[in-house]
Design a protein around this ligand. Structure first.
Ligand code: VAH
Length: 319
């Protein structure tokens, strides 16, 4: 049985759908601290779970006979900088709760890390799996801590801890949760609805990005990889790196009149400028056969098609 924490964020419902196809609807439990929308509730079991409530989480794990934890609860980069105390609680104390429960109940645990786990003193182009990590956000600091804690518990107690550093994840049907890469999702919705996008990053800000279906597939393939194949517990995974200007140009091939104006926001520009420009994911490709499907062209046409379809179903105008 799989329990996904932070299940109502950008990633939980899509991953649950894939795992439910593999393990059966009742064996993948989505959880969060908010009420789920109707379509989430109708797609499979959902329960309340607060990662800060150790006892309630322990009860959940025991009563539902959980064997595998996917820990998506976290405050992302930009929203974390606006609420450092809460980010430290959720991203660090919440992480310790799930790691302790994974250890206590011999669970396998997947915890995502991020391009945000690197900082200005890390090699940026590309950033390898193993290098200096001095991130400048509470989000990045908490994710490096997660990597270190998980690897420590693996080496000391044999905990089956697995971690992937995700690039910015681009999705049509779910919204990102207050990160620095969120513009790369909003730009597609704006291209289809208003035809104009105001970008909070400079036009030349290059960041690693990935289509959500590649992100989910990487996560599932990685979790199924035999331990004997893993030379690391934490891996970078990459698909593409683009700037706002490049993705706007690609969108304009489909929406010629699409316009982007740039109004850099200091906080998020500073964060983006501290992150890697590209990821070296050669270890993931060698150890467990990682390979992306979507590049920039495929991402843009899939996102525009998906959002147009969604808006048409909802009876909304489409540009
Ligand atoms: C953020 N989307 O921007 C998240 C992610 C790779 C970036 O961690 O904070």
């Amino acid at each position: 049985r799989v329990l996904i924490t932070g299940g109502l964020g950008q990633l939980g419902s899509g991953l649950a759908q894939i795992l439910r196809e593999q393990y059966g609807k009742e064996n993948v439990i989505l959880s969060d601290i908010k009420k789920p929308p109707a379509h989430v509730l109708s797609s499979g079991p959902f329960v309340y779970a607060d990662v800060l409530d150790f006892k309630q989480l322990r009860e959940l794990i025991v009563n539902h006979r959980i064997t595998w934890l996917v820990h998506y609860s976290a405050l992302l980069s930009a929203v974390g900088e606006a609420n450092v105390a809460l980010a430290r609680k959720i991203n660090i104390s919440g992480l310790h709760n799930v790691l302790d429960l994974a250890l206590e109940n011999c669970l396998r645990i997947f915890v995502p890390s991020t391009i945000g786990a690197f900082g200005p003193s890390s090699p940026r182009d590309p950033a390898p799996d193993l290098c200096v990590q001095r991130p400048r956000t509470i989000y990045g600091v908490s994710k490096v801590h997660g990597e270190l804690m998980g690897e420590y518990l693996h080496h000391k107690y044999g905990l089956d801890f697995r971690c992937l550093r995700y690039p910015g994840v681009i999705s049509a049907h779910t919204h990102p949760g207050g990160g620095t890469t969120d513009y790369a999702v909003q730009i597609f919705h704006d291209a289809v609805s208003t035809g104009n996008h105001e970008c909070y990053l400079r036009s030349d800000t290059r960041l690693p990005m990935m289509h959500i279906s590649d992100c989910h597939r990487a996560t599932v393939e990685f979790m199924h990889a035999p331990e004997s194949q893993l030379s690391l517990r934490t891996y970078n995974i990459a698909a593409m790196s683009f700037t706002p200007e490049e993705v706007a140009l690609e969108i304009q091939k489909h929406v010629p009149e699409f316009k982007v104006t740039y109004k850099p926001d200091t906080v998020r520009q500073t964060i983006a400028d501290s992150w890697p420009v590209r990821f070296d994911d050669s270890n993931a490709r060698r150890d467990w056969g990682w390979a992306p499907v979507y590049g920039l062209e495929g991402l843009v046409s899939d996102m525009l098609r998906s959002i147009r379809e969604k808006r048409t179903v909802e009876g909304l105008p489409v540009s």
